[in-house]
Design a protein around this ligand. Structure first.
Ligand SMILES: [Zn+2]
Length: 122
């Protein structure tokens, strides 16, 4: 668990998020991975008596679900992330953010691959 506040969060590409922490850790993750890790109860499913109930159909793709609408800070413990499909209940606390960044960090090869794909799609 790492509760450090990131020193920067930005959007180098419309589909990438870049983070930097005071300990020097940097990570670039896709918005898709970031959204798929949305920690809100709707996305995670409600955990009732140790069983996770996931709403039917919630994993279906919606237009705009991987496009960022905006990021707001919540107190000094988290960010609230809004998506273009209207989903905005995801509150990413600093430790969750760091865990996602460590899990989904893209390496140089993956970044080059994404850039190539971006060019191919024009
Ligand atoms: Zn969510």
């Amino acid at each position: 668990m790492n509760n450090q506040i990131p020193t920067s969060i930005n959007l180098p590409k419309p589909y990438l998020l870049a983070f930097e922490w005071p300990d020097g850790f940097r990570a670039v993750v896709t918005l898709q991975a970031f959204r798929d890790e949305c920690p809100c109860a709707v996305c995670r499913g409600e955990n009732i008596m140790g069983t996770t109930y996931v709403l039917p159909g919630m994993k279906m793709f919606k237009p705009g679900m991987y496009e960022l609408n905006g990021i707001n800070s919540v107190g000094n413990y988290a960010i609230e992330v809004g998506w273009k499909d209207g989903h905005n209940t995801g509150i990413y606390s600093w430790d969750i953010l760091r865990a996602i960044a460590e899990k989904h960090k893209l390496n140089d090869d993956q970044l080059a691959e994404l850039a190539k794909k971006e060019q191919a799609e024009g």
